[in-house]
Design a protein around this ligand. Structure first.
Ligand code: UD1
Ligand code: CA
Length: 479
């Protein structure tokens, strides 16, 4: 069977294949101002999932997304995938979407049609639809599913129970009570002979509940024209679920999240209470890492092996190397944590941090755009921004880099082996040389040379016996 859209031969005819993804609809049932296909499940827009599946079957240059409602936003969100776009300016139904695609698809022999709002579709199922279509060579092949509750879906009327041939698809709104009892539904995924689709598509009408051109009516159109229409049933009915309502969106999201956790577990990662974890589709985790309940791993996050990610940590677009321990409640964005580091509880890495090997970042420490060197420690109640911190540095409790003067940001540089006493403020730009010591509670406004002690605080004065004297004075005073 052909694996790509290149010139391939099947049954004597050459088969140029395209995939068209219908993604122009507004999504009225979501009651949203945002286009339906940009609503997210598993951390990605619905349409991005469908494109990803399509692009595993055909190169992106043969994939066409039919867009319309808020088209510029949709194009912007998925443009990087390299697929083509077809504009359906007015959305007059799924049949109309394919009418608009006529010119773009004309040079192909076969088109597989997918729904931009059904993100669980798997490449192997698209291939199965394609292969069945090639084997049967009909005008139209419909991918069907048997659902326990078929409510809302178009029902597939086969010629007879055992026949692959289909007489019609009846939408829920026009179905008779007897037809509503049919559990085999139209998935909204089809394969068509391009020549025959466009030979007959103009026979679609709009005499239905929505006054739209239904692509589903092609089944009846073809049948009237004595063109074969066949159905192939999917093995996994989950794959065809569409996100038409908020409830359906969250159901699909849960399905994807759980599947992701199960896939990670199959690959050697322990995920405790996977129902509570939110792990995006593209996240990678290496084996022997343990993920505790209520963890979120988002975007392009990559986690090495032998890590322990404790509860309530939220990590986005970050790289965590092997053997890192994240104690509860860490929030990490666009940063890198090197092997063996320990963070938390409640550490926050804002974008642009690099935490060195075996470094320690403790509770209520906020770090931004800062490199913290190997084996350095910032364990308590600290803010480090726009800083370069060397190896083996001890940053005492309550240290603050004053990196901002109200207009500009400045750098703090702390070289290897420095000891920063507690409650130090470092007024940037400032550099503390190798091996220097800063006394506790210092305000450091000038550079500190290597190996020196810097004290930047008022000297302590002690008045011995002061309290006693004061009390004696008070006692002697008449009331
Ligand atoms: C459709 C099918 C139904 C099937 C179901 C499976 C029709 C008439 N009905 O119903 O038989 O059981 O899918 O999920 O096709 N779209 C456009 N342009 C338009 C209208 C829609 O691109 O003018 C897009 C939508 O953005 C969506 C897809 O087509 O991605 C399907 O449209 P939708 O309105 O969700 O159809 P359903 O009511 O789900
Ligand atoms: Ca739908």
């Amino acid at each position: 069977m052909p694996k790509t859209g290149k010139q391939v031969t099947h049954g004597g005819s050459d088969s140029r294949i395209a995939i068209a993804i219908m993604a122009a609809g507004k999504g009225t049932r979501l009651k949203s101002k945002h286009p339906k296909v940009l609503h997210e499940v598993g951390g990605k827009p619905l349409l991005a999932h469908v494109i990803a599946a399509a692009a595993k079957v055909l190169p992106a240059q043969h994939v066409y997304a039919i867009i319309g409602y808020e088209a510029p936003r949709v194009r912007e969100a998925v443009g990087h995938t390299g697929v083509n776009f077809i504009l359906q300016e007015k959305q007059r139904g799924t049949g109309h979407a394919l009418m608009v695609a006529r010119e773009a698809l004309q040079s192909y022999n076969t088109v597989i049609v997918l729904s931009g709002d059904a993100p669980l579709i798997q490449p192997r199922t698209i291939e199965r639809l394609r292969d069945f279509h090639f084997a049967q060579a009909p005008a139209m092949t419909i991918l069907t599913a048997r659902l326990h509750d078929p409510t809302g879906y178009g029902r597939v009327i086969r010629k007879s129970a055992s026949s692959a041939e289909v007489r019609a698809i009846v939408e829920e709104k026009s179905a008779t009570p007897a037809q509503k009892k049919i559990h085999e539904i139209n998935s909204g995924f089809y394969a068509f002979s391009v020549e025959r689709l466009y030979g007959f598509i103009d026979q679609l009408g709009t005499d239905n509940a929505h006054g739209e051109f239904y692509l589903t009516d092609m089944a009846a159109v073809f049948r009237k024209a004595k063109q074969r229409v066949v159905a192939v049933e999917t093995h996994d009915p989950h794959e065809i679920l569409g996100g038409n309502t908020r409830i359906e969106l969250t159901e699909i999201d849960q399905h994807l999240r759980l599947a992701k956790c199960l896939a990670l577990m199959a690959a050697g990662v322990t995920v405790y209470y996977p129902q509570t974890c939110v792990i995006d589709a593209d996240v990678e985790v290496a084996n022997d890492t343990v993920i505790e309940p209520f963890v979120q791993l988002l975007g392009t996050t990559r986690i090495g092996s032998d890590c322990r990610i404790k509860s309530y940590s939220v990590i986005r677009n970050s790289v965590i190397d092997d053997g890192v321990v994240l104690l509860p409640g860490c929030v990490i964005d666009d940063s890198q944590v090197k092997a063996g580091a320990v963070l938390g509880p409640y550490s926050r890495l804002r974008p642009g941090c690099e935490i060195g090997e075996a470094a320690h970042v403790g509770n209520f420490v906020e770090i931004k755009k800062t490199r913290l060197g190997r084996r350095s420690k910032a364990n308590h109640l600290t803010y480090l921004g726009d800083s370069e911190i060397g190896e083996g540095v001890n940053v005492g409790a309550g240290t603050i880099t004053c990196n901002y003067d109200g207009a500009q940001k400045y750098k703090t540089i702390i070289e290897d082996g420095v000891f920063v006493g507690s409650d130090t403020t470092l007024v940037a730009p400032v550099r503390v040389g190798k091996g220097a010591y800063i006394g506790a509670a210092s305000c450091i406004t000038d550079d500190v040379p290597a190996d020196s002690l810097a004290l930047g605080r008022a000297r302590q004065t002690v008045k011995e016996g002061w309290v006693k004297e004061k009390n004696a004075q008070r006692a002697g005073k008449p009331k």
